[in-house]
Design a protein around this ligand. Structure first.
Ligand code: ATP
Ligand code: MG
Length: 568
């Protein structure tokens, strides 16, 4: 990304970095990292952190590492590691030769732990997990010291070594930092540093059966890598005193931790635990379901990396939690695709239309503009013939006020073609359903012709039946019905808040023949309908499948709604 002539707006993180550069705090270096736990797929919240960390490094001529904080063998998988790498690259960022894993530091972290034991700053505790919780106290009640707190250094060293050697069962002992059981900050009440977990790790295999906690691994990993600015979300503000304590006790390089507010989005959950539940319980087709707020879901839906980066820039960073309206994300993709996506015509719910005065077997080629925002994208030819499809909702037998589309006896323009008039409505005798419209066209009114400027109120999109390609179109809506699904309690049933209409599959759509060469991932604006992307998983040459990325703003829906409201 070139940022020539672009000065990003100041924010509190940039101010801190600039201050540190001025005082030469880290020898003028800026070195950040993005530290995911490989226990799920990345989502739009992670994109905020990725743009921030990689973006700041690029801006100040520094470096950004990708480091997997893979300290929990039970929840982590290689599949997640691979997806995370793919997503970061797709977003447009590169870590070069700086791909690291906290598990690379297991030996070093073990030595740090031994160092703390030797200095009397860590001890092996043999209380059960439940007892430890109970002894910890609460915000209003100080904790109690464990009866094992005053074990001798020798005993601690020996027990810790035997923990590593695999002599004990899971949960029988832990290593704890010896800090202060009465601290008002619960994180300082002798936090656990190591626990026994007999499980296979996705990288270290069965080499270890004791694993460092996130709190013991994270800060030290940043230190080992020489990170200057450890940027993390606000929940870690309370952990900072603990990270400081470890770094000071170990007397090693001390990065500066800066906390910012995580991204929350309306109608969206960004908690990995909840997203995993949606996948595991089959409410979505997978992590890359186009309704998911994951990077892979957004990519499959048709979002561009540019739109996501632009969104991350616009939301900015702050110190206080807030919720961003999902409409802003939708606005960013519309804005990007408006400039870039070729326009085409497609009909989602087809209604057959016969132009009764148009010769049978005649095909005319209409000239259509590929993108009015970018003339360099040129024009294409669209066939026009006697039998067409229009959108069912563009015709009303009994049109309400302000409905400017087609109705019996009424004229509209067919985009890039002629003005037509509805002369007859054909219905199924049994069901009464409209099966076909008969129209006449005015040959004088071809778009671009001398007499083409006769005024009609509506312009409709259409496709020519003989040449059209049949396609499947998947319409997506919000996954949740409530604006704050993140507030759903853990025990509660997610299903109650899921939108039953979040996916609508239309199998009899028709698109113009130029789309025969549409490839997976290609994005288009279907005129008057929205932006659509060829599905990268299910679309084939034989059967095109499109995902609706976002609709265009629908002014009619707004009018109809306000009319309804007036009636009520
Ligand atoms: P958990 O720790 O519960 O598994 P997490 O969302 O914190 O979930 P991580 O893999 O630890 O997942 O996140 C990697 C980085 O992304 C962290 O530095 C974290 O602060 C940041 N991050 C995660 N969620 C958001 C969010 N919603 N907004 C901004 N940054 C986020
Ligand atoms: Mg985390």
């Amino acid at each position: 990304m070139t940022k020539a002539n672009y000065t990003p707006p100041p924010n509190f993180i940039r101010n801190i970095i600039e201050e540190d550069l001025k005082t030469n705090k880290y020898g003028g270096r800026v070195h950040t990292r993005f530290p995911p736990e490989p226990n799920g797929y990345l989502h739009i919240g992670h994109a905020k952190s990725i743009c921030l960390n990689f973006g700041l490094a690029a801006e100040y001529g520094g470096l950004c590492n990708l480091r997997f904080d893979d300290t929990n063998p039970v929840k982590e998988e290689t599949e997640y590691v691979e997806s995370i790498k793919e997503d970061i690259r797709w977003l447009g960022f590169e870590w070069g030769d700086r791909l690291f894993y906290a598990s690379d530091y297991f030996e070093q972290l073990y030595e740090y732990a031994v160092q703390l034991i030797k200095e009397g700053k860590a001890y092996v505790d043999s209380l059960s997990a439940e007892e430890i919780r109970e002894y910890r106290g609460t915000l209003t009640k100080p904790g109690r010291e464990s009866p094992y707190r005053n074990r001798s250094v020798e005993e601690n060293l020996s027990l810790f070594e035997r923990m590593r050697a695999g002599e004990f069962e899971d949960g029988t002992h832990v290593l704890r930092a010896k800090i202060d059981m009465a601290s008002p900050n619960l994180n300082l009440r002798d936090p656990v540093m190591y626990r026994i977990i007999h499980a296979t790790h996705h990288r270290t295999g069965n080499k270890w059966c004791i694993y460092p906690t996130y709190d013991f691994a994270h800060g030290q990993s940043d230190s080992i890598e020489g990170i200057t600015h450890s940027i993390c979300t606000l929940e870690f503000e309370d952990h900072r005193p603990l990270y400081d304590w470890f770094l000071d006790a170990l007397k090693i390089h001390h990065p500066r931790q800066i906390e910012f507010a995580r991204l929350n989005l309306t109608y969206t959950v960004l908690s990995k635990r909840k997203l995993l539940k949606l996948v595991q319980e089959g409410y979505v087709s997978g992590w890359d379901d186009p309704r998911m707020p994951t990077i892979s879901g957004l990519r499959r839906r048709g979002y561009t990396p540019e739109a996501i980066r632009n969104f991350c820039e616009r939301i900015g960073v702050s110190k206080s939690n807030s919720t961003v309206d999902i409409a802003l994300l939708e606005h960013c993709i519309r804005e990007d695709l408006n400039r870039r996506a070729p326009r085409v015509m497609g009909v989602l719910r087809p209604l057959r239309m016969v132009i009764v005065n148009f010769p049978e077997n005649k095909v005319e080629e209409m000239v259509a503009i590929n993108n009015p925002e970018d003339k360099s994208m040129g024009t294409r030819k669209v066939p026009f013939s006697r039998v067409l499809y229009i959108e069912r909702e563009d015709f009303r037998e009994d049109p309400p006020k302000k409905f400017f589309r087609l109705a019996p006896g009424r004229e509209v323009r067919l985009r890039y073609a002629y003005i037509i008039k509805c002369v007859d409505v054909i219905k199924d005798k049994k069901t009464g359903e409209i099966t076909e419209l008969h129209c006449t066209y005015d040959p004088e009114t071809r778009s671009g012709a001398a007499k083409s400027n006769r005024k009609v109120k509506g312009t409709l999109h259409w496709v020519s039946a003989a040449q059209a390609i049949k396609a499947e179109v998947r319409l997506y809506d919000r996954l949740f019905t409530i604006p704050n699904p993140e507030d759903i309690k853990d025990g509660e049933d997610l299903k109650r808040y899921l939108n039953p209409k979040s996916l609508e599959v239309l199998t009899s759509c028709y698109v113009e023949p130029s789309l025969a060469k549409a490839a997976p991932g290609n994005r288009y604006q279907f005129e008057r309908l929205g932006y659509f992307c060829v599905d990268s998983v299910d679309s084939t040459k034989e059967k095109l499948v499109f995902n609706r990325i976002v609709p265009l703003r629908d002014t009619w829906a707004k009018i109809e709604k306000s009319q309804q409201e007036k009636k009520e």
